[in-house]
Design a protein around this ligand. Structure first.
Ligand code: FE2
Length: 255
């Protein structure tokens, strides 16, 4: 995975680009199989408070996923895109975010517009679909370039578009209205999305039956987010202490 300077520029300007799936057919089959084998146990587990459930599902992919994330091709790409040598994984996830988010009782299965960061949060995420995210399967929608804009400005813009739908009596606190400049990403397992979740994003509505699984992780520069340390220690309980310093560092454990 060689990131060209024009791809780097596209990432910086628009917030995303694609690379051919780097896991290969065999790698994808393996992750698919492990993911299906783990699903019932993940679902039935009462995860400790504060843990991100999708991160737990990702980490349950075990040693194979650790080895993928630690591949030099990803680390080199992460370093180039973040413009620094010291990077770590500060967040990860696997499964279907639209399912987890919509458990709050919202009327449709959809993730509303939000940004997991802002102009001051540097991060790069690699996201790959295990199941194609078609237009009826809650595709990810991104607002290109919005990671460079003040949060309040984008928020106001999205709220105005939401009010313009004519669906509300009062100011809505969730917005899903279409933005004229958004890109709806039909993520096919043939491609991996490289993007920054500091870019505003939402999903379409899931109306299709069947799974909508994706997996991904985010690299951060020194001082960046370390959301999933406790989940890493919990799932690799009895193992992580024996990890190399390099591996501990990459997963955010610095002791
Ligand atoms: Fe998000």
């Amino acid at each position: 995975m060689n990131i060209s300077d024009t791809e780097l520029q596209h990432f910086e300007t628009h917030g995303f680009f694609f690379v051919p799936n780097p896991f290969g057919e065999e790698g994808m089959r393996k992750l698919d199989r492990i993911s299906q084998d783990n699903e019932a146990e993940w679902e039935a587990t009462d995860w400790p408070k504060g843990f991100n459930r999708l991160a737990c599902q990702f980490l349950m992919l075990g040693e194979p996923i650790l080895q993928f994330v630690e591949q030099p091709q990803f680390l080199e790409a992460g370093r180039k895109l973040l413009g620094c040598e010291e990077i770590h994984v500060g967040a990860c996830g696997s499964g279907d975010a639209s399912k987890v988010v919509s458990e709050d009782g919202r009327p449709v299965r959809q993730v509303h517009w939000h940004s997991d960061g802002g102009p001051d949060v540097h991060q790069v995420a690699f996201r790959t679909a295990l199941d194609r995210h078609d237009s009826s399967n809650a595709p990810l929608r991104v607002l290109p370039g919005s990671h460079r804009r003040p949060r309040e400005e984008v928020q106001c813009e999205l709220m105005q578009l939401e009010i313009a739908t004519g669906r509300h009596d009062t100011k809505p606190d969730q917005w899903s209205a279409e933005h004229p400049l958004e890109v709806s990403i039909i993520l096919d397992p043939r491609w991996t999305l490289v993007w920054t979740p500091s870019c505003w994003h939402a999903t379409g509505v899931k109306t299709a039956a069947g799974p909508r699984r994706a997996f991904g992780w985010n690299y951060f520069p020194k001082g960046g987010r370390k959301r999933d340390i406790e989940a890493v220690k919990h799932i690799f309980h009895g193992q992580w202490r024996a990890w190399t310093d390099e591996r501990k560092f990459l997963w955010g454990i610095d002791e």
